[in-house]
Design a protein. Structure first.
Ligand SMILES: Nc1nc2c(ncn2[C@@H]2O[C@H](COP(=O)(O)OP(=O)(O)OP(=O)(O)O)[C@@H](O)[C@H]2O)c(=O)[nH]1
Ligand SMILES: [Mg+2]
Length: 455
């Protein structure tokens, strides 16, 4: 793992040009290093924006200058818990890289991905759940995702887990006392009380876990494949749902040859929409490959939208596509309903959803049906648990508590504390791995390596 005693530097804003670009310096020498870059003399007032100039010379190149705002966040009240100086310059990659290079010449080291947040974790500014929430918040593609990550950053999950762990600690202490002082013949905890306490704990882990499926869906999103015959309007529907002319639309059947994907927010759920090549006997090798990919996308999708031409009767190819999808979650979309006078006559035959990719009719209902089919209920509070790592560890804790419950019941009134203790200890271990109280370097490295540099 990286050293934590040196001073690190990185650009904290995204690559490319922008109105502003921020360079963050963190560590014991942050102020000293920053003072070599800026023309402001004297101490930077804590947590106050100081307008100054940077003069940086990068290698043999000419010196570059920019007006910047320098802010000093003294330890321990900073993001990382260390001395931090943030230099907010104009968002020019040339200037920002020169500032970073100059800071490195003055003794700073280029930060690794996630290293600022790792330091915040190691300095106990945040726990591991909150550190992971930072990455989730940055990656969020839908408001529901952002909200769930924000709640975790605020510590809702941290508190729920800490409460379960505190109750477990109390049980463990009493059971250990009974084991340590057997000669007194006194049990610090009666089987009934223990059973009740375990029941209460399992109810809490259960509550967190029962929302986990929805949580995963919100965090990771779902794949939705749009399939159907050529020319039924798959790409038109794709574009209408994406809100941009992303896929080529023409009246020539077989227009789409490759998979086209876009991520969109459908009723609060992050959905990766996949437009596919129309199904028919392929006319050439390119189309054959496109159709093979279309089948591949369909087989991995969480939901399939089967598009048919609502203005024409279903034919054998439509029926075959529908029958092939019966095993999977699917919705039938009757497109081109603008060409039909009476919508009722279109809808009934296959119970599909009538839409028009051209006029936008029915798309709202389609989005609601997609969200519903995926199990999203956007109007509910965001789920507390969304991250697969947390879900797996909570399940471990729940299973250990279940074993403890069984152990208590099977003792028939004579409680064997050692038995139950082992299970409670493993439940605690799982909870502490979620919060990061007990975590291996490998896991830390894995988690922080997924961050971007500067976070
Ligand atoms: N009137 C009407 N025309 C539509 C609608 N949706 C698509 N079309 C037309 O149908 C034709 C085919 O549309 P596409 O979106 O390219 O169809 P596709 O299913 O992607 O076709 P392939 O890529 O060839 O499989 C185009 O001329 C569209 O303008 C609709 O809702 N109403
Ligand atoms: Mg198409």
């Amino acid at each position: 793992m990286f050293s934590t005693s040196d001073t690190i530097v990185a650009i904290a804003t995204p690559p490319g040009r922008g109105g502003l670009g921020v360079v963050r310096i963190s560590g014991a020498d942050a102020v000293e290093i920053a003072s070599r870059l800026i023309t402001h003399r004297g101490a930077l007032e804590a947590r106050r924006a100081t307008f100054t100039t940077v003069r940086v010379k990068s290698g043999a190149a000419d010196s570059a200058a920019d007006q910047v705002v320098a802010t000093h966040f003294p330890a321990p009240h900073s993001y990382t818990g260390e001395d931090v100086v943030e230099l907010s310059a104009h968002g020019s990659p040339v200037i920002l890289h020169a500032i970073v290079q100059c800071a490195m010449d003055a003794g700073a080291r280029l930060a690794e991905p996630g290293e600022f947040t790792l330091r915040a974790f190691l300095n106990q500014r945040i726990d591991l759940v909150q550190a992971e929430a930072v990455a989730d918040l940055i990656d969020a593609a839908t408001p529901a995702q952002a909200r769930a990550a924000y709640d975790q950053l605020e510590g809702t999950l941290t508190r729920a887990i800490a409460e379960i762990d505190a109750a477990l600690f109390d049980l463990v202490a009493k059971l250990e006392a009974s084991v340590d002082f057997p000669e007194e013949g006194y049990h610090f905890l009666q089987p009934d009380a223990l059973q009740n306490a375990l029941g209460d704990l399992r109810a809490r882990t259960g509550r967190l876990l029962c929302d986990a499926r929805r949580g995963r869906l919100i965090r990771e999103g779902a794949q939705v494949a749009i399939v159907g015959k050529p020319n039924v309007g798959k790409s038109s529907l794709f574009n209408a749902l994406v809100g941009a002319q992303r896929a080529i639309v023409t009246s020539v059947p077989g227009t789409t040859r490759d998979l086209i994907t876009e991520t969109v927010d459908v009723g609060g759920v992050r959905v990766t929409l996949v437009d596919t090549a129309g199904r028919r006997e392929a006319r050439d090798v390119v189309e054959a490959e496109g159709i093979a990919r279309s089948r591949g996308a369909e087989s991995v999708a969480d939901l399939i939208l089967i598009v048919v031409d609502g203005a024409a009767p279903l034919d054998a190819v439509d029926r075959e596509i529908i029958s092939q999808a019966t095993e999977s979650k699917h919705l039938i979309v009757l497109n081109k309903c603008d060409l039909i006078e009476d919508m009722q006559t279109v809808c009934r035959p296959v119970g599909g959803i009538a839409v028009s990719a051209v006029t936008g009719a029915g798309l709202q209902e389609l989005c609601e049906r997609i969200a519903l089919a995926l199990g999203g209920e956007p109007r509910r509070d965001p789920p507390q648990v969304t991250n697969m790592r947390h879900i797996a560890l909570l399940s471990d804790a729940d299973a250990a508590l279940r074993r403890a419950e069984v152990a208590v019941v099977s003792q028939n009134g004579t409680l064997s504390e050692e038995f139950v203790l082992a299970d409670l200890q493993s439940a605690r271990a799982a909870l502490e791995e979620i919060s990061g109280k007990r975590v291996t370097e490998d896991i830390l490295e894995h988690i922080f390596s997924t961050f971007c540099v500067g976070k």
